[in-house]
Design a binder for this molecule. Sequence first.
Ligand SMILES: Nc1nc2c(c(=O)[nH]1)N[C@H]1C(S)=C(S)[C@@H](COP(=O)(O)OP(=O)(O)OC[C@H]3O[C@@H](n4cnc5c(=O)[nH]c(N)nc54)[C@H](O)[C@@H]3O)O[C@H]1N2
Ligand SMILES: Nc1nc2c(c(=O)[nH]1)N[C@H]1C(S)=C(S)[C@@H](COP(=O)(O)OP(=O)(O)OC[C@H]3O[C@@H](n4cnc5c(=O)[nH]c(N)nc54)[C@H](O)[C@@H]3O)O[C@H]1N2
Ligand code: SF4
Ligand SMILES: [Mo]
Length: 767
Amino acid sequence: MDITRRQLLKYSAAIAAASAIGLELPLPDKVDAAHVEKWVKTVCRYCGAGCGVYAGVDKGRVVAVKGDKDNWNKGFLCIKGYYLPPILYSADRAKYPMLNKGGKFVRISWKEAMDLMTEKFADSIKKHGVHSVAFYGSGQAYSEESYFMNKLFKGGLGTNNIDGNPRLCMASAAVGYVSTFGKDEPMGAYDDIYHSECFFIIGSNMAECHPVIFRIINERKQKDKNVKIIMADPRKTLSARIADMHMSFIPGTDLAILNAMAHVIVKENLYSKEYVNHHLVFKTVKGDKPAKVSFEEYVKFLDEYTPEMAEKVSKCPKDDIIKAARWFAQSRATMSFWTMGLNQRTRGVWANNLVHNLHLLTGQINRPGATSFSLTGQPNACGGVRDTGLLSHLLPYGRLVANEGHREEMEKFWGISKGKIHPKPGPTAVDIFRSFNKGDIKALWVACTNPGQSLPNLAPYRKGMEAKDTFLVVSDTYHPTRTTELADLVLPAALWAEKDGTYGQSERRYQYLEKAVQPPAEARPDLDVMLEFAHKLFSKLDRTDEVKKLFNFKTSEDVWNEMRLASKNTAYDFMGMTRARMKKAHGIQWPCPTEDHPGTVRRYTAKYGDVLVKKFDPAASDVSFYGAKADGNRAAIWLRPYKGPVEPADAEYPFVLTTGRQIEHWHTGTMTLKVPELKRSAPNAYVEINPRDAQNLGIKSRDKVKLTSRRGSIILEAKVMDVPRDGLVFVPMHYPDKLINQLTIDAYDAMSKQPEFKICAVKIEKA
Ligand SMILES: Nc1nc2c(c(=O)[nH]1)N[C@H]1C(S)=C(S)[C@@H](COP(=O)(O)OP(=O)(O)OC[C@H]3O[C@@H](n4cnc5c(=O)[nH]c(N)nc54)[C@H](O)[C@@H]3O)O[C@H]1N2
Ligand SMILES: Nc1nc2c(c(=O)[nH]1)N[C@H]1C(S)=C(S)[C@@H](COP(=O)(O)OP(=O)(O)OC[C@H]3O[C@@H](n4cnc5c(=O)[nH]c(N)nc54)[C@H](O)[C@@H]3O)O[C@H]1N2
Ligand code: SF4
Ligand SMILES: [Mo]
């Protein structure tokens, strides 16, 4: 065992390193096979790429993982994927319900825990109404869990006090897709990478955050010398090292760059007349309402965004902007990728719209290799949260809380009385915690997320979570975490491989995760706990008669079948994805309306196989943005002006702080910091400072430095490296002993309500 395991570890580290710098390695063929009784088909626990994996089980334990060669990842995994097994067996797994008694956690039974929790929720509802309770969920929960909680809160209780951590992550992308195309989710697929000739990667460190997708891009580049990679990021990340062009700029100024690229495209006549005339509308905001304008007005709007103007604002050389615009427009097929560098911004939605604009304007869309592709962060932010509607403004499968017709459809579908779904969208992530602080929300259930570490501007929210006059329940797989330590009640949860359910990933790919082993001690799958909660709560609210109608589920498959029905005849239709089929398949991409339908690689184009084009827009010969029915099935080019961040650097706080990720670790580190190999490779928090700034400040690598923002300060070890541009420092978010979110700002995008984690002002001193 030891030898093969060591080999495995060596192998995975090598693959990660190789994929980061664009090298090819052979597939890992026989991983630990001798010691495995059975291989269980599932999906990686971590990123939204959604690599297919097999979990190797021996004597009731997961002892190895190997990549699924029949899935899109062709058997490749990154370092985190290979090291999945140890996260199940860490000593701090939460094993029993724990009650916080005056600061000390004591073990209680599940019956006591569920009685207490439902008593607190029922009490609050009876005394203060349904809007006094809330749920804060996760893009890492299984789809069935999220769908169920959404139904319980919006349909059962009649409150929209339910949101999830994708609000910190994908909200700007979701609102970006909806405002441009009428419906959420990318139209393209990983398959487009094989056909693309130009990759425009902006605000995304793919080498570290989506390594297996990045690997395919590298492979493409090595095979075809015409392939160009443009990387737009204020840090020269690992991803930027293989780019043909790295566009560096002052954080928060890329809106000007994107408009300037459109300016060049129009001025040089590189735009698609076909798209402008037949597939697009042009929109702006007048007063506070959207208004249609003409193409000519769009051209006029672009006038001021000359490459010179954009250079002045951003410090990105104008020649780079011109070259990028030409590469983008003139390549045979261009594919864009972006992640948090665009989304975690107070202008996140606008930044998303501006990337879509470039694709629409040039017609670099709706054919193989040409597409506008938002990378998803968490493994189930798409399927579980955006699609099931576990955000305070959404209902399942593209329906909106604010739309009366959509509410009626769901009320009918759920069999609840008309008007039961509250017409006003509920509070979003940050606002749930603001309300909790104020005591407007009195009982809050947090599951599968660690807000005590991951929310922006943490100090006030941590205080609120700790307060004694409210009730906080946290379901987590570990205890203590920086959130469970603040809870009144901690519920132990089964982890990946210990429960079954579905994930939905970046390219509309739904995948089934089989249960492989038993959870430890008394840990339970979240769905079981949610079902029990609903039954007990409704009986305490004297609504037992409704329980059968609303919550008549026993297994995740029962919930899945209702979800399929809820998607029927919508743009998300996945009626054809029966559980039996999902168990065999290596992921299926929706739309997939019938059991014999193979799934849809590219949406909005009949020519490349989207059967829904004919259904929603029978007159269309090929392309139809059928999500945008109100605009005649045309997508929107938005006139979005340049606006900077809310807290740029200034005389008092002269540096920009940006935060994000490293390849080894996952978010708050609860899982990956328990894996010895990953911990050894990246053991501690640090601040990245570039050599010029370091010299000016008299700072060397390993010096202790104090970072201070208007909200807090922190002492970190300096790492002097030529990654961030001048005036920018970077700190990873992974380390629970160094809460960088005590410094970040909780200002958010007005449309998506996604916070500006990526930009705030700090000062730096030697500590
Ligand atoms: N290893 C690892 N992988 C992960 C995760 C993880 O925790 N660890 N988490 C997953 C999740 S949930 C997410 S959301 C994704 C995040 O994936 P990414 O978004 O790729 O990762 P980040 O490090 O958050 O930020 C990406 C880049 O944004 C840049 N940036 C900062 N300011 C700006 C700006 O003004 N404009 C532009 N264009 N870029 C800017 C930063 O320099 C940084 O390099 O990763 C997923 N994959
Ligand atoms: N400074 C800064 N902050 C950020 C970001 C940033 O870029 N910079 N990014 C933001 C983004 S994009 C994201 S997605 C968030 C992520 O932030 P979080 O969601 O708070 O981070 P995770 O560590 O993924 O938290 C998941 C928790 O669920 C637990 N868990 C794992 N599996 C299960 C399960 O099956 N059931 C239950 N009940 N629990 C489980 C884990 O132990 C862990 O405690 O952070 C946001 N915060
Ligand atoms: S790329 Fe993402 S899904 Fe694939 S193995 Fe790595 S963390 Fe898992
Ligand atoms: Mo995320």
